[in-house]
Design a binder for this molecule. Structure first.
Ligand SMILES: O=C(O)CCC(=O)C(=O)O
Length: 314
């Protein structure tokens, strides 16, 4: 029995499903196990206008993040905002400050009831074109989050390196950060410490108590070159990509204007997502759900024997 069926786009009809089943270059079957390939119709599609130039790639290498020249159409941003409104209404019992896994329809680790639309947004062909330039052709999506930064009391995200938490070996992750609102110097922009990714080291972090933060593991101050920190001031439509070793954070939003951002975590499919290690990490950070994260092969092929069954509930 094939119990973990391919997670196809809503629009994927039965015929497309059959074609996909027999297209062995896209779907690998081993002992009737099917990799979860999503979204099937867009996988590996290139958008030439989105290509980063050699100078931009060099800039990414040097600084650790980049804002590509390509922008999401405003209609798509409006669609994301609408979907976010619906998400907030559907999950009105939860805090909007940090909502894990809006792409999981049956509730991820925080119980957020999301929708497939977030997977569509996350895998926009132009964004994937850029991601392939940055981490190679084989890509797994293993997480999404919305940092809501609501007006007046949007929580701080203290200085950290994303990789501090991740059960991924070798550690290599690209974060795609998509603001749903214009980011201003006042409404809690992300700040990056340029070049802090270059040592490829995870620095020491310490637990800072407090419900005024979206995360509590904070990079220790001796690693922070705050004088050179640069704010990410971009409008809705633009996006940024940053490296897993980059030291970054954002201050609280005390303004009257929301600064929500949809965040997508991508890893090269040559790395292994270790769900067992994720479970261990999850004992300390249960809301992150690292032990049950569903993986989606969104470009190329899996090269590391990743498990595409865990976490796919529907
Ligand atoms: O959106 C924010 O304020 C923080 C986001 C962040 O830390 C991340 O995407 O890694």
């Amino acid at each position: 029995m094939i119990s973990n069926v391919v997670r196809a786009e809503k629009t994927c009809n039965f015929l497309a499903f059959i074609i996909i089943l027999f297209n062995t270059s896209v779907v690998k079957t081993t002992h009737l196990r099917i990799l979860v390939v999503y979204p099937i119709s867009k996988k590996d599609e290139e958008v030439s206008e989105a290509f980063l130039s050699a100078a931009e790639l060099n800039n990414y290498e040097e600084k650790g993040w980049i804002v590509p020249k390509w922008e999401f159409p405003q209609e798509l941003i409006s669609e994301m905002r609408e979907e976010y409104k619906t998400l907030l209404e559907r999950n009105s019992n939860l805090s909007p400050d940090i909502m894990m896994a809006p792409h999981q329809t049956q509730g991820g680790s925080m119980g957020v009831i999301g929708s497939d639309k977030w997977l569509d947004f996350a895998t926009h062909p132009a964004a994937m074109t850029i991601a392939r330039q940055l981490i190679g052709p084989d890509i797994i999506l293993w997480g999404t989050t919305i940092f809501g930064k609501p007006p007046q009391n949007g929580k701080e995200t203290p200085w950290h390196q994303d990789g501090f938490y991740y059960p991924i070996k070798p550690l290599d992750v690209l974060t795609l950060w998509i603001p749903l609102d214009d980011v201003t110097p006042e409404n809690g922009p992300m700040k990056f410490i340029p070049g802090s990714h270059k040592t490829r080291k995870i620095f020491s972090h310490s637990w800072w108590e407090g419900k005024d933060k979206t995360i509590n593991m904070v990079c220790d101050s001796e690693h922070l070159d705050l004088v050179n920190a640069e704010p990410l001031i971009i409008r809705a439509g633009q996006m940024s990509f940053h490296d897993v070793y980059m030291i970054h954070g954002s201050q609280a939003n005390l303004t009257h204007r929301r600064r929500a951002a949809f965040v997508v975590r991508l890893m090269p499919a040559s790395s292994f997502y270790d769900h067992k290690l994720g479970l261990e990490i999850g004992r300390k950070h249960p809301l992150q759900g690292y032990g049950e994260r569903p993986l989606y092969l969104v470009s190329g092929d899996d090269k590391a024997g990743n498990n595409f069954e865990i976490g796919h509930l529907n």
